[in-house]
Design a protein around this ligand. Structure first.
Ligand code: GLN
Length: 479
């Protein structure tokens, strides 16, 4: 068994000089070397950048000055987030040699807080997928059971944290890509409200939905990570000016008396019976903690998948127009400009990305715009209203993260529709802009993790974290 490092553990070991930041990151690279050939969680490592940062932290320790929040904490970053000097592929051939000239704001903030960026993690191409099988660089294996998918699209980040190859990681969530892999791999995983974390430097999939958020091994670390990356950024006009509370202080508040909505629509057809059992056991924990469970209805839930796949593909078709062989990444030379575009995009993008560009272009095209895109926007507003109405009655909403545990590699990859259904419980919160977390809630078949999802009101991540922390402390991971 390898030790599970936590942020507090790193801080204590460093300040008591039991280990140096340089030694600690070297230990993580050793773990990666041993496990990554099998898991395929990392696409690129950044040992030089890590060493420089570790030496800075070690110098700080030697000087006796106070240490920043994430001093020396080894972190993995999903490969759709820009990192200066480190190849950033988005899991795509079209960006196979792309090296960003700048760091995303979230990376800058991690860096300033003393975190050590170990490298970049595998993901579905341009974050489009639910299994990590859409990566141009091969699937990631689930550390809990290596014949299974880790979930997606942030599968590499979830697997890296679950396997102890990083203390925490950044992922991105557009329709479930943080929460669903968190649930499949058995680690807490959080998406803050839309606008809570700057998207500057996040390579866009669907700009009105994309969010950056953390994976960690425990809720306290999730709170620490979110506290560092959250907050207004002048580079992203959609980032909020809402103040960032001290999440560490907030999480320990008692949850007694809180009202938790349990929407009937999230326990429907297609849900595995053993998963349902675990979620019900999880709800019992909240009862014991003194929360009141309230049956609620969210009547537009059924339309969420269709709405998401109209809006997300529409935005993707526009965002991905920039990969034309001229400005970024791959270029396949040809005798005419049009042929160059065709060949570059034809060979640079994988099947799922092409499918989405075609779908998105279709729903935006003249004659279909009103029938699909515009209608999708209207239904999105209704789904957001479902959440607003629910929050009139309850303090938070509790659901399963996924109707099924991690499925087998290859089991759904030939059936896009079945793959899209993997997101049935996560896309709603994405469309509504609310914060959501997945917390471990027992295992089925003796080894496959289940995730419990908690949604809160916009910008009240503190409440979500508070409920997640209480659940974790009450033994939710082993119900
Ligand atoms: N699985 C969903 C999709 O394929 C969500 C992806 C995401 O959140 N990035 O679009």
């Amino acid at each position: 068994m390898t030790t599970t490092w936590t942020i507090d553990g790193v801080r204590a070991a460093l300040s008591e000089k039991k280990i140096s930041a340089r030694e600690l990151s070297a230990e993580f690279y050793k773990r990666i070397e041993a496990r990554n050939p099998e898991l395929n969680a990392f696409l690129a490592l950044a040992p030089e950048r890590a060493r420089k940062q570790a030496d800075k932290i070690d110098a700080l320790i030697a000087s006796g000055k106070p240490l920043p929040a994430l001093a020396g904490v080894p972190i993995a970053v999903k490969d759709v987030i820009s990192t200066r000097g480190i190849v950033t592929t988005c899991g795509s051939r079209i960006l196979q040699n792309y090296v960003p000239p700048y760091d995303a704001t979230a990376i800058e903030r991690l860096d300033a807080a003393g975190a050590i960026i170990l490298g970049k993690t595998n993901c579905d191409e341009f974050a489009m997928g639910s299994s990590n099988e859409n990566s141009a660089y091969g699937a990631v294996k689930n550390p809990a059971s290596t014949d299974r998918v880790p979930g997606g699209s942030s599968g590499g980040s979830a697997a890296a944290v679950a396997a102890g190859l990083a203390v925490a990681a950044l992922g991105t969530d557009t329709g479930g890509s943080i929460r669903q892999p968190g649930s499949f791999c058995g680690v807490p995983a959080m998406m803050g409200s839309y606008g809570r974390v700057s998207r500057y430097g996040l390579i866009a999939f669907a700009s009105s939905l994309d969010r950056i958020g953390p994976f960690a091994t425990n809720i306290k670390d999730i709170a620490a990570m979110l506290g560092v990356i959250a907050g207004r950024d002048p580079h992203d006009s959609t980032s909020t000016t809402a103040p960032v509370p001290d999440y560490q202080n907030e999480i320990v508040k008692p949850v007694k008396g809180l009202r938790l909505g349990v929407p009937k629509e999230y326990f429907g057809e297609g849900m595995d019976a053993p998963v349902r059992q675990k979620i019900e056991a999880g709800l019992e924990i909240y009862k014991k903690l003194g929360c009141e469970l309230v049956d609620i209805r969210m009547p537009h839930t059924d339309y969420a998948i269709a709405t998401y796949y109209i809006i997300a593909t529409a935005e993707a078709s526009s965002n991905l127009a920039r990969y034309d062989g001229v400005r970024f990444g791959l270029r396949v030379d040809s005798d005419s400009l049009l042929a160059m575009y065709r060949k570059t995009r034809g060979s640079g993008f994988g099947d799922e990305v092409k499918r989405r560009i075609v779908l998105g272009t279709y729903v935006l095209s003249a004659g279909y715009y009103d029938a699909y895109y515009l209608k999708g926007q209207k239904v999105r507003a209704l789904i957001a209203k479902d959440f607003r109405d629910a929050f009139e009655k309850v303090d938070a909403i509790v659901t399963p993260t996924s109707p099924v545990p991690a499925f087998r590699l290859g089991e759904r990859s030939q059936n896009p529709l079945q793959m899209y259904l993997a997101d049935i419980y996560t896309v709603t919160g994405s469309l509504a802009g609310v914060p959501g977390i997945s917390v471990p809630c027992g295992k089925v078949c003796g080894k496959l993790p289940v995730g419990l999802q908690i949604f809160g009101t916009p910008f009240d991540e503190a409440r979500v974290l508070q409920l997640a922390y209480a659940f974790e402390q009450a033994g939710g991971a082993s119900v």
